[in-house]
Design a protein around this ligand. Sequence first.
Ligand code: NDP
Length: 321
Amino acid sequence: MRAITVSRFGGPDVLEVADVPDPTPGPNDLLVRTEAIGVNFIDTYFRTGAYAVDLPYVAGAEGSGVVTQVGAEVRDVRVGDRVAWSSAPGSYAELVVVPASAAVPVPDGVPAPQAASALLQGMTAHYLLHSVYPAQPGDTVLVHAGAGGVGLILTQLAAARGVRVITTVSTDAKAELSRAAGAAEVLRYGDDLAEQVRGLTGGEGVAAVYDGVGASTFEASLTSTRIRGTVALFGAASGPVPPFDPQRLNALGSLFLTRPTLAHYTRDRAELLWRSGDVFAAIADGRLRIRVGAQYPLDRAADAHRDLQGRQTTGSVVLIP
Ligand code: NDP
């Protein structure tokens, strides 16, 4: 099969198209022929070596496709079923071994590119909004990178709850998309960001900041948050946040700071099915739109990474095998 392999850490060029042997599923696995493959920022952290992974490896973790083989111990899944997953290493490939415990059914009416890119970003938005800081109607929250994959989903889910969402974006086109997703106010990054947020909240600050940008926004996130508010630092698109003195949380207003990750919010099968079921149900009945902002053939995975890291993409990004 064709796959995208990485044999040394580095820039997008280390993503290589290769012919590799078909993978073999174990007794608790499914073999899936991919229809679409999700591209996520975390894929770039593995590619550069910022996150630990053994070399060589096949890139990717998310996708959707059709089951072609079912392990002997697997119940409830049949050859021909449509499934999606967000945590199967080796997903940038024509065939992927997906542990049955990580696969979820795809409802009719959810097209493959949406199914392939809704879980990782959608379940992240879901846990941030339901479990990290459960935003209430009337709350104001700040979402950085409002036109990104997570940003567009988080904004829609929060706005639908009656939460007032302020977002940040880098261009006019992204501002338009963010507003269409339900942002009440769209701001640009800059030195006066916290001042602007305070101006929009009567000087109070926001109840929560959902910050997936990291290094370049973290300081403004802290200073935009109201007394006893929450800063959820969930990513590092602009680079990792430097070491931080927890005493500052006191001075800034008894803030809560957390650095969550999806794996800890999909700890068992029941939690995975709850979050994925909510996300897919919202897509299927039209409450949630997954904007697939860019599709590339599998062989052009390097271009997908270049564009994602170069801030050229909006919404979700997928590869088509
Ligand atoms: P996005 O589609 O949001 O892409 C990243 C966006 O970040 C860019 O489009 C850009 O938007 C913004 N950005 C700001 N500064 C930079 C910079 N210096 N370089 C690159 N981008 C920048 O990506 P995802 O939706 O896939 O992921 C968003 C974040 O969420 C990532 O940090 C990712 O790691 C994190 N994440 C964390 C999870 C968790 O459980 N902890 C799970 C899923 C994602 P603009 O141009 O408007 O600024």
